[in-house]
Design a protein around this ligand. Structure first.
Ligand SMILES: *Cc1c(COP(=O)(O)O)cnc(C)c1O
Length: 224
């Protein structure tokens, strides 16, 4: 067993425990281990330590790792910016969750390719909570309208909630504000279907959990 990885995972569990208990004892947080800094061998070690859900932000890497590890019962999440010329690839890879559906345009194109191939995909609507132009996603003020449009118009996309990144800032209040705004949007969705509020990375997952995240995407705290 890889002791260092075991320690890192234990440390992560302990930190999540503290944060989630500040919300309440029944608040469950799912961990998606982001593997963009590492290789399939390390993913396998994490699997042996009990981790099941993994995230990649590049289609090529998702393809490589998921095929190298196809014999393991892993759950793969796509969390990166999806270019339109990679839509067919993502469809054929059938990720367990496409977390980064970032525009209506992309939704339309994705839905039409899904229809053609007779498939469906589970997805999260990405919200540009920090309002930074270099980040993907829909601005908070348009998010509810876009969520509804996608649900109504694109039946092959099964929306399950939202994903957001906070501003990469030392200013905790600003980070918290980004998460809070996302959580408030999440609460306004039809919660029969929208169950996932994906917020928080290595540098800010505790704040995200305090603000109601139930899925964190962490890479560098585990492997770097
Ligand atoms: C890389 C990445 C993460 C994980 O980042 P860390 O800071 O290493 O935990 C989470 N979400 C997305 C969308 C990413 O691209």
């Amino acid at each position: 067993m890889d002791l260092e990885l075991r320690d890192r995972l234990d440390n992560l569990f302990n930190r999540i425990e503290v944060a989630r208990k500040r919300v309440n004892n029944h608040h469950i947080v799912k961990i998606v281990a982001v593997t963009k800094y590492t290789n399939s061998e390390v993913v396998k070690k994490l699997y042996e330590l009990g981790q099941r859900a993994f995230g990649e932000n590049k289609v090529k890497e998702l393809k490589k790792k998921s095929s190298e590890l196809q014999d393991l019962p892993l759950e793969w999440h796509f969390i990166g910016n999806l270019q339109k010329n990679k839509i067919n690839k993502i469809i054929s890879l059938q990720p367990s969750l496409f977390q980064s559906l970032s525009s209506l345009d992309l939704a339309e194109e994705l839905n039409s390719r899904l229809e053609t191939s007779g498939k469906k995909i589970d997805a999260l609507l990405q919200i540009n909570a920090s309002r930074e132009p270099q980040k993907g996603g829909i601005l908070p003020e348009y998010a509810l309208d876009s969520y509804k449009k996608i649900s109504d118009l694109y039946p092959n996309i099964n929306l399950k909630g939202v994903m957001a990144m906070a501003k990469d800032s030392e200013n905790i209040d600003e980070v918290r504000k980004n998460f809070r705004e996302t959580r408030e949007l999440f609460d306004k969705l039809d919660r029969e279907n929208a169950k996932i509020c994906s917020m928080g990375m290595s540098g800010d997952f505790e704040i995200a959990i305090e603000e109601g995240s139930n899925l964190i995407r962490v890479g560098s705290v585990l492997v770097k």
